[in-house]
Design a binder for this molecule. Structure first.
Ligand SMILES: NC(=O)c1ccc[n+]([C@@H]2O[C@H](COP(=O)([O-])OP(=O)(O)OC[C@H]3O[C@@H](n4cnc5c(N)ncnc54)[C@H](O)[C@@H]3O)[C@@H](O)[C@H]2O)c1
Length: 268
């Protein structure tokens, strides 16, 4: 990246599991753009994933935190501010998991204990992250916060199951915190609604390949990949996007504005 868009900025990146993860690419791009970062993931993911390799290469401290655990989140922010030597200028929430999807429960027969867990991990964790940052006054003036979401929050994609409701809740939390943090310290909070992307979380959705191909053909620009998502996140963390807040931003090659693409009809 030629412009050091994030020079001098300090960020926390949640959710890099392996080199397919969207957060992995965002971490690389942010570093390229001149930022200093800490990386975090759930303790179990640290054992199973490859985040250590990323941390070593980017010279980024890895701080374990289950994003549903308030104590661990508090330690994460405290430690990040210590390691990065100051308040946090940007945060990426790139976390999602549905127990019912994982266990292939049909939408009309969901297990509600599992649903609670899915909502906690995929949506309420965002509120917990923001509330922790608020209480510790950990974010700098004009900081930028992003969470990743999917268009199933607005439209029905049956196999996305309870994750649709999780994403709707996540987007709503982002808007509400956008008000509170914007009024308090001009901090921006947005969600990015990303195209289907081949990652561990993506592959967990039934029929993902069909889903992926359909969106790719429907979108005039094709599906947005993880790298282009990382570029967009970099811009959103930079001062160039300083007046954008409380938005759900579609990063999907135009998919969200399409009704039908004749090239799909011509296939049958
Ligand atoms: N892949 C897609 O098609 C797609 C499309 C739109 C949006 N998204 C969203 O992008 C985000 C990143 O997903 P991804 O596709 O890069 O997959 P991924 O599997 O690489 O990332 C999901 C991450 O969530 C982490 N996580 C799970 N439980 C956690 C917990 N309790 N505490 C902390 N972290 C936890 C996992 O360890 C993993 O790193 C998710 O919010 C996902 O819903 C993905």
């Amino acid at each position: 990246m030629t412009r050091q868009l994030l020079k001098g900025k300090k960020g926390i990146i949640f959710g890099a599991l392996d080199d397919q993860s969207i957060a992995w690419k965002v971490a690389e791009r942010c570093k390229d753009a001149g930022a200093q970062i800490t990386l975090t993931n759930a303790p179990v993911a640290l054992r199973m994933g490859k985040i250590q390799e990323l941390g070593a290469r980017l010279n980024a401290e890895i701080i374990p935190a289950d994003a549903t655990n308030l104590e661990e989140l508090e330690q994460l922010f405290q430690k990040s501010m210590q390691v990065l030597d100051g308040k946090i200028d940007f945060v990426l929430h790139s976390i999602g998991m549905s127990v019912n999807v994982r266990k292939q429960k049909p939408y009309t027969d969901l297990n509600y204990d599992w649903m609670q867990k899915s909502l906690d991990i995929s949506a309420i964790s965002f509120h917990k992250v923001m509330q922790t940052a608020w209480k510790l006054d950990a974010l700098s003036n004009q900081a930028s916060v992003l969470a990743l979401t999917y268009i199933a929050a607005q439209r029905v994609f049956p196999d996305y199951s309870e994750m649709a409701e999780a994403k709707a809740l996540l987007e709503s939390f982002a808007r509400s915190f956008g008000y509170h943090l914007g009024s308090q310290k001009k901090i921006r909070v947005n969600t990015i609604s990303q195209s289907p992307t081949r990652t561990t979380a993506g592959a967990g959705i039934k029929g993902f390949d069909t889903f992926f191909d359909y969106a790719d053909k429907m979108s005039p620009l094709g599906n947005a990949d993880a790298l282009s998502c990382a570029d967009f996140c970099t811009v959103m963390f930079s001062d160039l996007s300083r007046m954008i807040t409380m938005q759900n931003l579609y990063h999907d090659g135009g998919f969200s504005s399409m009704g039908m693409n004749p090239s799909l009809l011509n296939e049958s």
